[in-house]
Design a protein around this ligand. Structure first.
Ligand code: ADP
Ligand code: ADP
Length: 224
């Protein structure tokens, strides 16, 4: 069965119906693109699936557990251990080097600094930015910083990565490097990736595509 599934998700903000009964399934090792115009509900769907937002109706099941039945403390622990997030830009700590940024989630989880930095270095190496490890985010190119951010999202070994417009601030070459790093990870580590994008070229990296319009699914397509 699916690793993560949302069924009949409804979410309103005041009179705005952000989601009007959306169902999606995400399987291990799969990249699922969620596409649609600005305001169609993509981020709200990702927030419901990742347990940041509680839907008004419907349910989210992750690895056999219903998120709405978990207490907030258990849910935040689950998010930390099992889910990784990658945004458009800006999630690296500006004062820390790339290496320390990537080591940070492991240190917060109790790994000692030396081991955390060693693991961080391996992830930077994998994504071709080990040489930039001692730079701060502001000293790196946008694409290098985003690959470091991807390393940080993956260093704890999450089962699911939520990537919200991960290439939105990058030129096409840098975007391709980030996407191929994501694809390799999904294939090798069996990580499931929920990829939010309104860029058709980025969506083409996905295995399947769910298209939203005004809070509802308009089509489900196999893209690869
Ligand atoms: P995106 O198109 O990437 O979702 P938005 O600017 O629409 O970017 O939204 C960014 C975030 O701001 C959303 O994830 C949502 O939580 C929040 N947001 C969007 N619209 C509103 C709003 N009208 N009022 C308050 N918060 C909003
Ligand atoms: P998308 O990611 O496709 O741009 P969103 O999920 O961010 O869409 O937003 C869907 C709708 O819900 C939009 O009309 C947006 O303004 C609204 N919305 C999203 N988050 C909030 C929020 N926190 N408060 C109020 N309105 C919101």
């Amino acid at each position: 069965g699916p690793l993560l599934a949302g069924r009949g998700l409804v979410k309103a903000y005041g009179r705005t119906e952000a989601l009007r009964g959306v169902s999606v399934e995400l399987y291990a090792g799969e990249i699922l693109a969620v596409t649609g115009a600005s305001g169609s509900g993509k981020s709200t769907l990702a927030h419901c699936l990742s347990g940041i937002v509680r839907p008004d109706q419907g349910s989210v099941t992750y690895a056999g557990r219903r998120l709405e039945e978990l207490p907030e403390s258990r849910l935040s622990e689950l998010r930390r251990t099992d889910f990784g997030v990658l945004f458009q830009f800006g999630q690296l700590v500006p004062e820390l080097t790339a290496l320390d940024n990537v080591a940070l989630p492991l240190m917060l989880a109790g790994t000692d600094r030396r081991a955390a930095r060693a693991a961080a270095g391996e992830w930077l190496e994998r994504f071709g930015v080990r040489g930039q490890g001692e730079l701060r985010p502001g000293e790196m190119s946008g694409g290098q910083a985003q690959r470091a951010a991807l390393a940080r999202a993956l260093v704890t070994g999450p089962s699911v990565v939520f990537a919200d417009e991960p290439t939105g601030a990058l030129d096409s070459l840098a975007g391709e490097q980030v996407m191929s790093a994501l694809v390799h990870t999904a294939r090798e580590a069996g990580t499931a990736v929920l990829l939010i994008t309104h860029d058709a070229q980025v969506a083409a990296y996905a295995d399947r595509e769910v298209r939203l319009r005004d809070g509802a699914v308009t089509s489900l397509e196999v893209t690869a």
